[in-house]
Ligand binder design. Structure first.
Ligand SMILES: [Zn+2]
Length: 229
């Protein structure tokens, strides 16, 4: 009994010494306002302490916010029917105006009939709806460099046009929702300084709809699995 107790004490003492030794640099950093060790962001002080003593301890990963884009379910089959073509948020204001639906264009003589989704030149463009490629056209007369891809879905009665896309599909081809239909064309030669984007127009019965009402941003919490979350 006596020996066991001593062993227990010795073990506890060793752990405390280890804890102090390991924890000190972390504490010193915190006091000095130094960089927080990677992966420590979002963890409670207790979680950081446990990690400092035993770096291999399995702690629940810290949660971070992430935006996902949910397409409306038009046909009621339980799955969304629209996809954000670039996965990025709509363009806000730059020297060329606002990127949202209905924004003024040409001094108010016309309105923006689509939504501009931010993009990086050459990134993949996802099919905003399922359907058939019904047209590949030019965004501007006399300029063959900027094209659009039109997809028609007879089942739900929607037509979508994704502008400033170098097409990777052909007229008549069937495309699935979210499938790559091409890559983003840079707009810099046409509009120097503009935020590169895909201009998305969605039509039903010949009427233009606001894609932002069909593709809705939702913030979810996900486990932080990497440095950039
Ligand atoms: Zn636009």
């Amino acid at each position: 009994m006596q020996r066991k107790t001593w062993k227990g004490w010795r073990s506890a003492l060793a752990q405390t010494v280890g804890l102090v030794l390991v924890f000190t640099p972390v504490a010193a950093l915190a006091v000095a306002g130094g960089p927080i060790p990677q992966g420590a962001a979002g963890q409670s002080p207790m979680a950081r302490l446990i990690k400092a003593v035993n770096p291999k301890a399995n702690l629940p990963a810290p949660m971070v916010s992430k935006i996902v884009w949910n397409g409306l379910d038009i046909d009621g089959d339980g799955a969304g029917d629209f996809v954000n073509p670039t996965g990025q948020a709509p363009r806000l204001h730059d020297a060329f105006g606002y990127g949202e639906f209905g924004a003024s264009r040409d001094g108010g003589s016309r309105h923006h009939e689509g939504v501009d989704y931010r993009a990086e030149a050459d990134q993949a463009v996802a099919a905003p709806i399922s359907g058939f490629v019904t047209k590949i056209g030019y965004a501007y007369g006399g300029d063959t460099s900027l094209k659009f891809v039109e997809i028609t879905n007879p089942a739900i009665g929607y037509v979508a046009r994704a502008f400033y896309v170098d097409p990777g599909v052909a007229v008549g081809q069937a495309v699935r929702l979210g499938e790559t239909i091409g890559t983003v064309a840079s707009l810099q030669s046409h509009y120097p300084g503009i935020t590169d984007h895909v201009h998305l127009e969605v039509m039903k019965s010949g009427e233009h709809l606001n894609a932002e009402t069909l593709i809705v941003a939702r913030t979810i919490k996900v486990k932080a699995t990497s440095a950039n979350g």
